[in-house]
Write a protein that binds this ligand. Structure first.
Ligand code: ARG
Length: 493
């Protein structure tokens, strides 16, 4: 079979080594389905615009459906990309006089950009769903643990008491911003470059709005040069995905640390653990470690995309082919990481007793004690900070007498003479009361947490609704496309 792409201009063919270097066939498996959709929509539009005949349209569409059925394996992998191998298979099936008309008014440049956008938008829709599921699990576990005390950390040192709910909601909120970033990026991904052709559009009277709507896009990328050469949408998505992976790797790090014997806060389900080939007692949190590691893949893909796109002149350059696999790598990594994190959080066992015991260990109530001195004895916070700091050198649970002794040295007065009582001191040193007092917006008090959880559930519900609206829009468009394909196949002369 002669090469439909090279036979005109070129006389020698690339050897295997050159082909391996230049071909995108491997990564193009991601856009096989999308390419068929693009071909179908373009063909239907060509017929509607009177650019191809009804009978040719019908045969091309039938051919495309059989190519689709055969799958990517049936394509000739010695072509340099999916677009040309797919067209060549179509021509094998229906003949060049018919199949050779499909590519009228089109280039692989607008074609590939359209395919990437279609596949990527589907991936983003699934990712957004998966993110809402992960956030739901985090919120569910938070509501089970509104009263579960734990030490909050700064510098990984015991800092102040908090609750597991407060900690889990912190991660939930970070992931909620991640969802927002993916949703924002979606709007710029779901734009149609089709009709831009090589870069200068075409003299054929194409209806760009028609293919835009049949393919479920929300808008057209108007300038035809911009349409074929922009990959900023990939960079934007890769940045959002890298952010997700960084957030997940922070959670993964805590899972690793919290499962250690030293912490003993949680135990992962065995599903997510591995053991040692030599040390039979080992239960290692490998899945969480891999998540931490895979965040490097997402960060690397972003860096690769940035570097590949930097300094490219307008319009299409083949360098762009090298950009695309990076987005598939990071999409695959981020989506699986989100799903796996959901499972780990859902099934992990929380050692409430260990956490609660640790909540008060290491004088975590010191800040509240200083605050109490400020409120009860009307001394400046900086002075209270010094008094408690001196007390912290001791056992960490000072009595009123000890406080008075230090205060006498520091300010020449006993705080009991200024209104501080031993009941106040005892309350300040109680981790449960510490938390209860932190009831302003965003604090860990159980009442505030219950409110916060409620707000987040409502927000999640709205988001789920928005995502299914976006899904429905794509589905309806493709249903219309397939209805038209069938109509055109069964046309009556
Ligand atoms: N495989 C190519 C890519 O991914 C498709 C576009 C080829 N265009 C060209 N002018 N060679 O970018």
């Amino acid at each position: 079979m002669s090469d439909i792409l090279r036979r005109g201009r070129l006389s020698s063919t690339p050897d295997e080594d050159i082909l391996d270097f230049t071909s995108s066939m491997l990564a193009d498996k991601w856009i096989f389905e999308a390419d068929i959709l693009v071909d179908l929509a373009h063909t239907v539009m060509l017929r509607e615009q009177g650019i191809i005949r009804e009978q040719d349209c019908s045969r091309i569409l039938q051919g495309l459906l059989s190519v689709r059925e055969g799958g990517i394996e049936k394509l000739d992998h010695s072509y340099e990309d999916i677009h040309i191998s797919l067209e060549s298979r179509l021509i094998d099936m229906v003949g060049e006089d018919i199949g050779g008309r499909m590519h009228s008014g089109r280039s692989r440049n607008d074609e590939v950009a359209t395919c990437i956008r279609i596949r990527l938008r589907d991936e983003l829709l699934s990712l957004m769903e998966e993110l809402t599921e992960l956030r739901t699990v985090l919120i569910d576990r938070a509501s089970e643990n509104v009263e579960t005390l734990m030490p909050g950390f700064t510098h990984l040192q015991h800092a102040q008491p908090t609750t597991l709910a407060h900690h889990l909601l912190a991660h939930t909120d970070a992931l909620s911003r991640d969802s927002g970033r993916v949703m924002d990026a979606f709007a710029r991904v779901n734009e149609s470059p089709l009709g831009a052709a090589a870069f200068a559009s075409t003299g054929f009277d194409l209806d760009r709005e028609r293919t835009c709507s049949l393919l479920g896009f929300d808008a057209i990328m108007e300038n035809s040069m911009d349409a074929v050469s922009s990959r900023d949408f990939l960079i934007e998505v890769a940045a959002a995905l890298a952010n997700i992976m960084i957030n997940l790797s922070k959670m993964a790090e805590e899972i690793v640390v919290w499962s250690s014997t030293e912490f003993g806060f949680i135990e992962l389900d065995d599903m997510y653990a591995s053991t040692s080939s030599i040390m039979p007692q080992k239960k290692n949190p490998d899945t969480a470690e891999l998540m931490r590691g895979k965040s490097g893949v997402a960060a690397g893909s972003l860096m690769a995309l940035l570097t590949i796109c930097k300094g490219l002149p307008l319009s299409y350059n083949r360098d762009l082919q090298e950009a695309t696999p990076n987005i598939w790598r990071s999409v695959e990594t981020a989506r699986s990481a989100v799903r796996i994190m959901k499972g780990m959080i859902e099934t992990m066992k929380v050692n409430v007793d260990v956490m609660s015991l640790q909540a008060g260990t290491g004088f975590t109530t010191a800040t509240e004690l200083a605050d109490t001195m400020v409120r009860a004895a009307d001394i400046p916070f900086r002075t209270a900070h010094q008094i408690v700091g001196v007390l912290a050198r001791g056992s960490g649970t000072p009595s009123l007498e000890e406080i008075d002794a230090v205060a006498s040295e520091v300010i020449g007065e006993k705080l009991s003479d200024r209104g501080l009582t031993s009941v106040m001191v005892a309350e300040a040193l109680d981790p449960v009361l510490n938390i209860k007092k932190r009831s302003i917006m965003g604090g860990p008090s159980p009442d505030e947490m219950i409110k916060a959880i409620g707000k987040r559930r409502i927000r999640l519900g709205d988001e789920v609704e928005k995502i299914s609206e976006l899904n429905r829009h794509v589905e309806r468009s493709l249903e219309e496309l397939f209805a038209l394909v069938n109509e055109n196949i069964n046309y009556q002369k």
